[in-house]
Design a protein around this ligand. Structure first.
Ligand SMILES: [Zn+2]
Length: 147
């Protein structure tokens, strides 16, 4: 059953940016299975996010668009959104330029499939800094609407 998707929520992982993408995804897979009790999804992961972007800008889809994610701390938002996680702790490090390029590319592709009205940091919906103090709303907007 297709669902209405009009929002994209951006996260940071609060794990080291320079850990490999495979290791990062493996750790989320384990954690989300244990902590969130997520079943294996259509793409074979237990990951709560739809996309994960590694420090080098390499990325992987870890949940199909039509599957609800568990990332926004808000069920209403989860139902209508896609969650993208950048690997890193952007309270203490910064997103790499390659990560921001990858984010822009992924958002562009999603915009080709869904009418996206809003791209926001997780912090808009939760008492968190996510995706980190060093990932500004301006950076997020730039990835959504590049000049
Ligand atoms: Zn988050």
């Amino acid at each position: 059953m297709p669902r209405l998707i009009d929002t994209i929520i951006i996260h940071h992982s609060v794990t080291p940016r320079d850990q490999t993408l495979a290791k990062s995804i493996a750790s989320f897979d384990y954690n989300h299975s244990v902590r969130l009790h997520l079943e294996k999804n259509k793409l074979g992961y237990h990951v709560a996010y739809h996309y994960v972007i590694g420090g080098k800008g390499d990325w992987k889809q870890t949940r199909a668009d039509d599957e609800i994610g568990f990332h926004a701390s808000n069920l209403t938002v989860n139902k209508r959104s896609i969650g993208i996680c950048l690997v890193g702790n952007f309270d203490i490090e910064t997103p790499s330029p390659s990560q921001l390029w990858a984010l822009r590319d992924i958002i562009k592709a999603i915009k080709g499939r869904h009418f996206i009205k809003e791209v926001s940091g997780h912090r808009k919906y939760a008492k968190k800094t996510c995706p980190g103090k060093n990932m500004t709303d301006k950076m997020i907007l730039e990835a959504f609407k590049p000049k």
